[in-house]
Design a binder for this molecule. Structure first.
Ligand code: URP
Ligand code: ZN
Ligand code: ZN
Length: 468
C-alpha cells in the first residue's frame, strides 16, 4: 500500500451510523483508509481515549451582516471562522443578505469579497431574499441556484426583511422550479408589532419584554402558515430556530401528515429561558439574551429535548448572530435602553454549540454519539448539498475532523472564546466533553487554544442539492 500522509491510531471513529475502534488514514486531504492500518504514514497521531468525529457543520451563522443604523455585527469572517474552528467546526454556512433594492448577484459578490482570504474553515453561503422583485425571482435567483447557491432564507417578520404571504408563495415557486431548499424564519410580523406597541404604551420596555412581544403563539401561527404555503406549492421547507413546544407541535403535525418539513433547533432553546432576559432585577443585562425567537420556559426546553431525542429535529445549529454588549454600536448603543425594540436580535454561539449539545445530550445520556454527529454534522451537510464531501467519515470525504475529549470538564467562559462579542450568554455553564483538535482537509488547524494555520486555508464550497 502506498504511504499515507497521516494515520490516526487507537481512536474511536464516530459516524451517524456507528462507532468503531480502528485506524483512520488520510491522503491528499481526503479520508483514504479505515481499518487496521500498518504505521505506513508520514505522520502518526495517537488518539487513545479520544473520539474522532466528522468536523462540525454549523448550517446557521450570521457574519458581517448589516444590522440596522449604527449597529455593527461583532464578527467578521476571520473572527467568526476562527471561533468556529476552536469550537470543533470545519464548515459554516453564513448568509449573503440581500438589502431592499439590491441586486442579488451584487450582494453575493460583496460577501465573497468579505470572505476572501479570511476563512479559517470551509464556508458556503445561503441567500436571504428580502426583495423578491420580478428581476430577482425571474432571473437572479434561478441563475444563482444553478451556480450552487441552493438554499435561501425568507423572513415572516422584521421591518427590513419581512415578506408578505404572496411574496412567500412566489419565492417558494422558484424553489420548486430550481429544486432549492427554503429556510423560514417563522414569527408573525403584525402580531409582534401589535404587542410591541401595547407593551411600549404600558411602559414595559426592559429587555425581558422582548420575549413577551413575541410569545410562542406568534411563532406557532407563522410556523403553521409557512407549512401551509409550502403544502400549496408542494415544496419541502426548513423551519429554522424552533424555540418551543407550540411551534414544534405544528412540525410534528405536518410530519405525521406526510408534509415535507425539516426543522432546526439551537443551544439557546435547551440552555436559556425567558427569565434570563430579566437580567439582574429587570436591568439591561437581559439584553445579552435577546434573540428571536426568544428563549422560552422549562416546559419548552423539555419539548425541545423530546424533539432532539425522537428525531423530529433534523439539525442543531448555533444561529450565531454576534453583537457586542458594551459598545455603542452593539446592544448598548444610544437608544437601545429606551426599548427592547431597539436591541439587536441575536447572540453569539458558534464556538459553544458542539460542547453544549455533547455535554447536555451525550454526557448526560439523553442522546447517542451517533445522533450527536447526525444532528451537528451529517444532516446539515446532507440538508444543504455538501454530503458526502462534508459531514461524514467515509473513503473519499474531505478529512475534516474534530478530535474530541469526551471526559474533559470545562466551564464556558467568555475569556476563553475567540468570537468578536464581549460576552457569551452561556457564561458559567459547566460542560463535559470538549473539542481538542480541529483538522481541515487533513491539516491540523487548531489545538488547545492555538491556531496552527492561518486564515486563508478555508475555501468557499459550491453546493449541490439537498440529499436529506
Ligand atoms: O435573533 C436572531 N436569531 N437573530 C439572527 C437573525 C435570525 O433571525 O436568524
Ligand atoms: Zn431567523
Ligand atoms: Zn439566524
Amino acid at each position: 500500500m502506498e504511504k499515507l500522509d497521516l494515520i490516526f491510531k487507537n481512536g474511536k471513529i464516530v459516524t451517524e451510523s456507528g462507532v468503531e475502534n480502528c485506524d483512520l488514514g488520510i491522503s491528499d486531504g481526503q479520508i483514504s483508509a479505515i481499518g487496521d492500518l500498518s504505521d505506513n504514514a508520514e505522520v502518526i497521531e495517537d488518539a487513545t481515549d479520544l473520539l474522532i468525529l466528522p468536523g462540525g457543520v454549523d448550517a446557521h451563522v450570521h457574519i458581517d451582516q448589516p444590522s440596522g443604523p449604527d449597529v455593527e455585527m461583532a464578527d467578521n469572517f476571520q473572527s467568526a471562522t476562527m471561533s468556529a474552528a476552536a469550537g470543533g467546526n470545519t464548515t459554516v454556512l453564513p448568509f449573503a443578505m440581500q438589502e431592499k433594492g439590491q441586486s442579488l448577484r451584487e450582494c453575493v459578490e460583496n460577501y465573497h469579497k468579505k470572505a476572501k482570504d479570511n476563512l479559517y474553515i470551509d464556508t458556503s453561503f445561503h441567500l436571504i431574499i428580502s426583495d423578491p422583485s420580478p428581476q430577482v425571482l425571474g432571473q437572479e435567483l434561478p441563475a444563482l441556484a444553478r451556480d450552487g447557491y441552493t438554499s435561501f432564507k425568507v423572513f415572516m417578520t422584521y421591518d427590513d426583511l419581512v415578506l408578505n404571504d404572496e411574496e412567500l408563495l412566489k419565492v417558494f415557486e422558484v424553489a420548486k422550479k430550481e429544486k432549492t431548499l427554503v429556510m423560514v424564519h417563522a414569527e408573525g410580523y403584525d402580531a409582534i408589532r401589535y404587542l410591541t406597541k401595547k407593551l411600549e404604551e404600558e411602559g414595559k420596555v426592559a429587555p425581558y419584554f422582548h420575549g413577551i412581544s413575541r410569545p410562542q403563539i406568534v411563532e406557532r401561527e407563522a410556523t403553521h402558515r409557512a407549512i401551509s404555503h409550502a403544502q400549496i406549492v408542494d415544496i419541502p421547507i426548513v423551519i429554522v430556530h424552533v424555540s418551543g413546544n407550540e411551534a414544534l407541535s405544528q412540525i410534528k403535525w405536518a410530519k405525521e401528515k406526510g408534509i415535507r418539513v425539516f426543522s432546526e433547533t439551537c443551544p439557546q432553546y435547551i440552555c436559556l429561558t425567558e427569565d434570563d432576559m430579566k437580567g439582574l432585577n429587570m436591568d439591561f443585562e437581559g439584553a445579552k439574551y435577546v434573540c428571536s425567537p426568544p428563549p422560552r420556559d422549562l416546559e419548552s426546553q423539555k419539548a425541545i429535548w423530546e424533539g432532539i431525542i425522537d428525531g423530529t429535529f433534523d439539525i442543531f445549529s448555533s444561529d450565531h448572530c454576534p453583537f457586542k454588549f458594551k459598545d455603542k454600536k452593539g446592544k448598548d448603543r444610544p437608544g437601545a435602553r429606551t426599548s427592547f425594540k431597539w436591541v439587536p436580535n441575536g447572540i453569539p454561539g458558534v464556538e459553544t454549540r458542539l460542547p453544549i449539545l455533547f455535554s447536555e445530550g451525550v454526557s448526560k445520556k439523553r442522546i447517542s454519539l451517533e445522533r450527536f454527529v447526525e444532528l451537528t454534522s451529517t444532516n446539515p451537510a446532507k440538508m444543504y448539498g455538501l454530503h458526502p464531501q462534508k459531514g461524514s467519515i467515509k473513503i473519499g470525504s474531505d478529512a475534516d475532523l474534530t478530535i474530541w475529549d469526551p471526559n474533559k470538564i470545562d466551564t464556558i467562559r467568555q475569556s476563553d472564546l475567540h468570537h468578536g462579542s464581549d460576552y457569551t450568554p452561556f457564561e458559567g455553564i459547566e460542560v463535559r466533553g470538549w473539542p481538542i483538535q480541529t483538522w481541515l482537509r487533513g491539516q491540523k488547524i487548531y489545538e488547545k487554544n492555538k491556531f496552527l494555520k492561518q486564515n486563508n486555508l478555508g475555501q468557499y464550497i459550491s453546493r449541490g442539492f439537498s440529499s436529506l
